[in-house]
Write a protein that binds this ligand. Structure first.
Ligand SMILES: Cc1cc2nc3c(=O)[nH]c(=O)nc-3n(C[C@H](O)[C@H](O)[C@H](O)COP(=O)(O)OP(=O)(O)OC[C@H]3O[C@@H](n4cnc5c(N)ncnc54)[C@H](O)[C@@H]3O)c2cc1C
Length: 248
């Protein structure tokens, strides 16, 4: 990306555009999976829908490869492209709870901890993942499951609307009534249908949540998983468990 193009992108955005020569570039391009070491030509840190539209327009006009970053937890590092442009939604972290209607609107770059923190204050929640720094974006668009799933379903079962910037730059709101085909596609279709700037979820009552950890020697993995397979289906649906097989 030449200097003039970079200047044009910077001019168009309110958020900063971070390039390889800038301080903080390595920090900005680092993601959860430290095995991924990709070097985008620029990272556009979008502060709102206007920045998202401008970044998409820039990619369309210049033909540069575009990747979209939410929480940066994708295993294969889908949010980074070598020599391309990363549209970084991480400055768009906000949550607005409407307790009267039992819904929450969530910024496209929010993390699960942002969502849990705001909804829990009202005794409400969305079934999502187990780790507070995973992005609401990638998790929801991939389906999403977690501790509340046995009680309330997948994350996408609670997704009732979204604001989306499409590849042509247009902005659409999708609900079960408006552009329902797009909402259907977002419910598990991955990040391929546009950039979601805001998600709307239906909320569920969530009271006290208890957590316990048990640790077993790795040689007993098969035995413990067999036990779990038999145990969980007959347990109450507000009980969940998950496994991590790891060196400590
Ligand atoms: C430590 C850890 C714990 C996990 N736990 C769970 C779990 O409990 N349950 C579960 O279901 N999954 C879990 N996952 C998997 C996780 O949901 C996926 O890796 C998901 O894709 C991460 O989303 P992200 O926004 O953080 O990642 P990113 O790498 O930023 O994005 C992943 C994909 O989604 C796209 N995307 C992200 N946000 C948007 C948006 N707003 N609009 C359009 N496209 C977007 C990106 O372009 C990319 O293709 C976990 C992953 C990790 C690393």
């Amino acid at each position: 990306m030449d200097a003039t193009a970079l200047d044009n992108l910077r001019e168009a955005l309110r958020g900063p555009v971070v390039a390889p020569q800038d301080a903080g570039y390595d920090e900005t391009r680092s993601i959860y999976n430290a095995m991924i070491d990709r070097r985008p030509a620029a990272i556009a840190r979008c502060t709102g829908t206007a920045d998202v539209r401008a970044t998409i327009a820039f990619a369309r006009q210049t033909g540069v490869d575009l990747a979209v970053r939410g929480g940066g937890h994708s295993g294969p590092g889908l949010c980074l492209v070598d020599g391309g442009l990363t549209l970084d939604l991480s400055p768009m972290r906000w949550v607005r709870v409407d307790p009267e209607n039992g819904t929450a609107q969530v910024g496209g770059g929010s993390q699960l901890g942002d969502l849990d923190h705001e909804t829990h204050a009202f005794g409400l929640g969305v079934p999502a993942g187990i780790n507070s720094t995973t992005g609401v974006g990638g998790l929801t668009l991939g389906g999403g499951h977690g501790h509340l799933t046995r009680t309330y379903g997948l994350t996408v079962d609670s997704l009732i609307g979204a604001d989306v910037v499409l590849a042509d730059g247009s902005v659409v709101t999708t609900t079960e009534k408006e552009h329902p085909d797009l909402l259907w596609a977002l419910r598990g279709g991955g990040g391929n249908f546009g950039v979601v700037t805001s998600f709307t979820f239906k909320l569920h009552p969530v009271d006290t949540v208890g957590v316990a950890v048990t640790v077993w020697p790795v040689e007993r993995t098969t035995e413990v998983l067999r036990w779990y397979r038999e145990f969980l289906p007959s347990a109450p649906e507000d009980l969940n468990g998950f496994f991590a097989v790891m060196s400590v």
